[in-house]
Write a protein that binds this ligand. Structure first.
Ligand SMILES: Cc1ncc(COP(=O)(O)O)c(C=O)c1O
Length: 288
């Protein structure tokens, strides 16, 4: 997206993320802006008969937790079913974090294939591919292939087993979400008192903060938004001992330990208040 002309109203050109990807791969991929219902339908009309799968990350974990609308994900499900295309929901960041059943559970949309990592083993190295039974049963000799040195590694599986037990038997995810809610309301109190327009997106356990009346609803909208206030605030927060992601595309992720220690909330909010005042005093150039 970096060299893309934002004003052109055309799709960005697909470029490989790294070397070694054959240019022909480009012909196999089609992109569509999230939350653009018409474009999604048009894409299926033009290419639906040749598509293998549609991949969507309903909470964009690498772009401020911008969320797909429920109706948009439902439409994706309907179109995939109609055209015989597999719906893949990427829950690498949202899975076992926003709820036990992930964002797909909260949205009530059942994918054919889904992916998890990160929170499923509380940070231990693991990636999980799951899906409909008939799809998963193709992983065998003569069918789809999958393997690797560390596939089903016992240490990662033990960590996942214990993490899932804790999620099942304790209110850890509620603790995360309620901490996120309290953090959001505390930040809003600080910003409202200074009449700073702002909004949030995502889920309280992984939310994005925007200095605009409404959050962007896809990456293109983020690209045209003004994130200079955030960048300057993050810079001051670091100096104040609160390590938030300096790149405004990363959401704020909660963990259970945040919610179990009351001083964590008060210290964070105190630093946010100071950082906001420093930006107001010195301007958004402070980050440079
Ligand atoms: C949303 C999302 N999907 C997929 C991946 C890649 O996951 P893996 O490293 O398990 O291939 C990442 C990595 O950070 C991610 O953030």
């Amino acid at each position: 997206m970096d060299d893309w002309d934002l004003g052109s109203n055309t799709d960005p050109e697909l470029v490989p993320y790294g070397r070694g990807i054959p240019p022909t791969v480009k012909q196999l991929a089609h992109i569509t802006p999230m939350n653009d219902f018409q474009r999604l339908e048009d894409m299926f009309k033009r290419h639906g008969d040749h598509l293998a799968a549609m991949l969507i990350e309903p909470i964009q974990g690498n772009c401020c937790s911008i969320m797909a609308r429920v109706e948009y994900v439902q439409l994706a499900r309907e179109l995939c079913t109609k055209y015989g295309v597999m719906l893949i929901i990427d829950e690498v960041k949202s899975g076992f974090r926003v709820g036990k059943s992930g964002i797909q559970g909260l949205m009530g949309v059942v994918p054919d294939i889904t992916t998890f990592a990160k929170a499923v083993a509380n940070g231990y190295p693991i990636s999980v591919v799951a899906g409909r039974e008939d799809v998963m049963r193709t992983f065998r000799y003569g069918g789809a292939s999958h393997g690797g040195t560390y596939t089903a590694h016992s240490v990662s599986l033990a960590a996942a087993d214990e993490t899932l037990r804790i999620l099942d038997e304790t209110p850890a995810l509620d603790t995360l979400a309620s901490y996120g809610e309290r953090l959001k309301s505390g930040i809003s109190e600080i910003l409202d008192a200074r009449k700073i327009v702002h909004s949030y997106t995502g889920h309280p356990s992984m939310f994005g903060l925007f200095f605009a009346e409404a959050p962007p609803d896809n990456y293109r909208a983020w690209k045209t938004s003004d994130y200079s206030f955030y960048d300057a605030m993050a810079y001051h927060l670091h100096d104040l001992g609160i390590i938030v992601e300096p790149d405004s595309r990363e959401p704020w992720f909660m963990c259970e330990a945040h919610g179990l220690d009351e001083t964590c909330l008060t210290d964070t909010l105190k630093a946010v208040e100071t950082a906001v005042d420093l930006v107001l005093e010195h301007g958004v150039q402070a980050a440079e």
